[in-house]
Design a protein around this ligand. Structure first.
Ligand SMILES: [Zn+2]
Ligand SMILES: [Zn+2]
Length: 272
């Protein structure tokens, strides 16, 4: 299973020299396994992923699994270059709890006027939507199992667990710890994962002033790693003002406290 970070930022993209190394694009993680391509969330990092594939002059066959509809997780959708190719097929999986009863109208509003110049129907690619029920499992392609779990976040965010070839990835980027039921669901979703990508928007010191914002801390990420017996932890969904130098300094503290945990960088690719 190959996991590539195309965006590791949360809330809003960051730009400028202070964000060059960890990257400013919002959440988008590519997972290549069992001969298929999954994309977890369509944050602004999706644009660079699409540009790379378009440069290879190839269409894309992919399953795009959306954790929830907050803008930082779907803002890349209108700027995915492979949508302009007729050999691209993307099946978007989004939670029924997020898209509601409107058959994707809210999600696809970013792919039609007035938010976008063209209507989705005018794009050459085939783009379909399949809704999943948060808490359920599905198999997007042979040999791949995806399980979802409800997190504690405004907007019905789901943890996405991908299992293939004996490897397990748990992606849980928007979760506020403290709700015991939701924490239990996340611990069980992350149980024994080879890689957990978790919400490290805040620090424990910052968190009391941000209760109710729907996010967690890097220290809680470390506690979750221990609780769930996770092998490798990627702290992600960086706060938009968190500069490279601050993330470097926090990374040193993390390295002193825990093995196999790091702040995710845009561009990082890992083989599990
Ligand atoms: Zn987010
Ligand atoms: Zn969110």
């Amino acid at each position: 299973m190959r996991v590539t970070f195309w965006g590791a930022r949360g809330t809003f993209p960051a730009t400028g020299a202070d964000f060059a190394r960890y990257g400013g694009a919002t959440m988008c993680v590519e997972v290549e396994c069992a001969g298929a391509r999954l994309i977890l969330d369509a944050g602004s990092g999706l644009r660079a992923l699409g540009a790379k594939r378009a440069a290879a002059k190839a269409g894309v066959e992919a399953h795009l699994i959306i954790s929830h509809l907050h803008l930082d997780h779907i803002m890349g959708l209108p700027h995915f270059a492979p949508f302009w190719r007729n050999d691209t097929q993307v099946l978007i999986h989004a939670a029924r709890e997020s898209v509601g009863e409107d058959d994707g109208e809210t999600l696809f509003s970013v792919l039609r006027p007035p938010l976008f110049p063209l209507d989705r129907g005018a794009l050459p690619a085939r783009i379909d939507l399949r809704q999943y029920q948060t808490g359920s499992s599905f198999s997007p392609a042979p040999g791949i199992a995806v399980t979802t779990a409800a997190l504690s976040h405004q907007g019905a965010c789901a943890a996405i667990v991908v299992e293939a070839g004996g490897r397990k990835l748990c992606y849980a980027t928007d979760h506020e710890h403290g709700d015991s039921e939701a924490d239990k669901r996340l611990t069980s979703a992350a149980e024994g994962a080879d890689l957990l990508i978790c919400d490290a928007t805040f620090t424990d010191a910052e968190w009391p002033a941000h209760r109710g914002w729907g996010h967690s801390t890097w220290e809680e990420g470390l506690r979750l790693k221990r609780r769930a017996g996770v092998k490798l932890l990627a702290l992600a969904h960086h706060e938009p003002d968190r500069t490279d130098s601050v993330l470097d300094a926090l990374g040193e503290v993390v390295a002193n406290r825990c093995d196999n945990a790091f702040f995710a960088r845009q561009g990082l690719s890992l083989e599990l």
